[in-house]
Design a protein around this ligand. Structure first.
Ligand code: ATP
Ligand code: PRP
Ligand code: NIO
Length: 501
């Protein structure tokens, strides 16, 4: 694969992502409700919202948190402009008092989130917002949009990366992404999930994620012959030469011409050829034949890059067939998460404060999976001290401490007879505070730190959770105090949990 250019870029921080004001990117109902909260004298009511998701895309065993940096950028820039106020006024349905509130809007919420790159599981709060109801309400759409999109792509990217079994995966999808933020932030998320870089130039400029690439068919078509095209490219970039060999015929002309170009333009200049790219046909067969040809020509170190509508399933299948591929370029199926393009994160009210006291709130449903977990919460991940593997996540009340020096009993929140006492374990809080009364108190790690952290954290999951088929369902339990609150509220609403403790 090719690193474009040689410099180790410092981030130029053109920072469109930080400075952009997206305050009006909210569903209209957020504003009609916000106006109503004010009309009802509820503007000072403190509310608690949780973002959580219900199922893992592609039947996977875990997802990956991403998008926190962009969420922070959005929250830092919340502000209503005069045009926004005029727009609301023109709707003739918002009170002047509400418009005044928007004009003087100052973000006052506390926000917690699970850091980017962390494996996350259904049902646990991944973002928690506490603050005046109007504010906590109107940010719903962007909280969800930002985290849903990047978590979806980071999760998909990681599946593809794992299928590639250590071979580098390049993100090639900008041209088929859903819009420019889909491309740019999708590439960012793909990198968090383990892609080695992206074909997208702006992503290197703005995020310092390596821009990588080869050449297009147009280059080969533009020259009178394939050989001339290859030689011209090799002359220009002898140290970085990856040739696209499938424009006419991979084995009859593409690979032989690539070998000629390497011999005539790369080796004499004192370099080794980097690779060839195969972008169509039976990639397993073609790669095996190409490998033999390159080896016989004295280029065993010349890589074979494959692309063409790849995803984790095709990659796994290619490797099963013994394909001789050293790295993958993956576009449309990664950047659009084509096989399951929705990360169904939701934002639900979990509590309100009355006279300084937290009153937990629940949303009941006939569908057990849709019943929310009430209260102001924290999430702990419990790790086995002997193996450093993650055993379970436990959702607790926010102020609850898990004392990992003492035995701790975990139990299934529905099938409560399923229980286990942990002894040799340590506990880590997952939710970290991003904003304190509207002030950002969190420093974003660098994108490279996030990517490394992601890899490290995935290492703490058992292989059973990571397998593609019927992965083991990782435990997400409730602490006893939290379970009691949920049970109590369910009883009040005429529902009972499966088993009383
Ligand atoms: N050996 C293989 N086993 C399984 N899938 C493969 C194999 N080789 C290629 N594929 C996949 O099969 C699909 C073939 O797509 P398609 O029908 O567009 O063929 P193509 O050769 O890329 O065509 P085109 O010449 O039009 O680009 C792609 O998703 C590709 O990744
Ligand atoms: O298939 P994807 O996973 O989306 O990977 C990206 C695709 O984009 C390019 O094709 P395109 O036909 O757009 O341009 P090209 O002329 O460079 O091949 C490239 O050759 C890949 O086939
Ligand atoms: O550089 C490449 O090879 C590339 C870039 C975008 C899409 N497909 C391939």
């Amino acid at each position: 694969m090719i690193r474009i250019g040689k410099g180790d870029l410092k981030m130029t921080n053109i920072d469109w992502k930080e400075k952009k004001n997206l305050t009006m990117l909210a569903d209209f109902y957020e504003f009609t409700m916000a106006n109503g909260y004010l009309e009802n004298g509820m503007e000072d009511t403190i509310a608690y919202f949780d973002m959580f998701f219900r199922s893992i895309p592609d039947g996977g065993g875990f997802a990956i948190m991403a998008g926190v940096e962009q969420l922070i950028g959005y929250l830092k820039n919340l502000k209503f402009y005069d045009e926004d106020i005029e727009y609301f006024r023109s709707k003739d349905m918002f009170s002047e008092e509400f418009l005044e509130y928007l004009k003087n809007f100052e973000f006052k919420c506390d926000v917690w989130a699970i850091p980017e790159g962390t494996p996350i599981f259904p049902g646990e709060p991944i973002v928690v917002v506490r603050g005046p109801i109007i504010q906590a309400q109107i940010i719903e759409t962007m909280v969800l949009l930002t985290i849903n999109h990047q978590s979806l792509i980071a999760t998909k990217s990681n599946r593809i990366v794992r299928a590639a079994e250590g071979r580098p995966v390049m993100e090639f999808g900008s041209r088929r992404a859903q819009g420019y933020e889909g491309a740019i932030l999708g590439a960012r998320a793909a990198y968090i999930g383990g892609a080695v870089g992206t074909a997208c130039t702006i992503v290197e400029r703005d995020f310092n994620i390596p821009a990588l690439g080869t050449m297009a068919h147009s280059w080969v078509q533009l020259f009178p012959t394939e050989l001339e095209a290859f030689k011209a490219y090799a002359r220009l970039y002898p140290d970085n030469c990856v040739l696209l060999v499938d424009t006419y015929n991979v084995l009859k002309s593409g690979v032989p011409n690539a070998i000629k170009a390497f011999n005539e333009e790369v080796v004499p200049r004192g370099f080794r050829p980097k690779g060839i790219r195969i972008d169509s046909g039976d990639i397993a067969y073609l790669s095996k034949e190409a490998r033999k040809m390159l080896d016989n020509a004295g280029f065993p170190d010349c890589s074979i890059v494959a692309s063409s509508s790849l995803d984790e399933y095709v990659i796994r299948e290619l490797l099963r067939q013994g394909a001789q591929i050293d790295s993958f370029g993956v576009g449309e199926r990664l950047i659009t998460a084509r096989s399951e393009p929705v990360f169904g994160g939701v934002y639900k009210l979990a509590a309100v404060e009355k006279n300084g006291k937290i009153i937990p709130k629940i949303k009941v449903s006939e569908n057990v999976g849709k019943i929310t977990t009430p209260g102001f919460k924290q999430v702990y991940r419990l790790y086995d001290k002997a193996t450093n593997k993650a055993i379970a996540d436990v959702i607790t009340l926010h102020e609850e401490e898990i004392d990992d020096t003492k035995p701790y009993e975990i139990f299934h929140p529905l099938y409560t007879w399923k229980r286990k006492t942990l002894t040799n374990f340590y506990a880590k809080k997952l939710l970290v505070q991003l904003f304190d009364k509207g002030k950002c108190i969190y420093e974003n790690p660098s994108i490279h730190e996030i990517r490394d952290y992601c890899e490290q954290q995935i290492d703490t999951l058992w292989d059973e959770v990571k397998r593609f088929e019927n992965p083991h369902e990782y435990f997400v339990d409730l602490s006893k105090p939290l379970w009691d609150i949920k049970d109590q509220l369910l009883k009040e609403h005429g529902k009972i949990q499966k088993n009383n403790i």
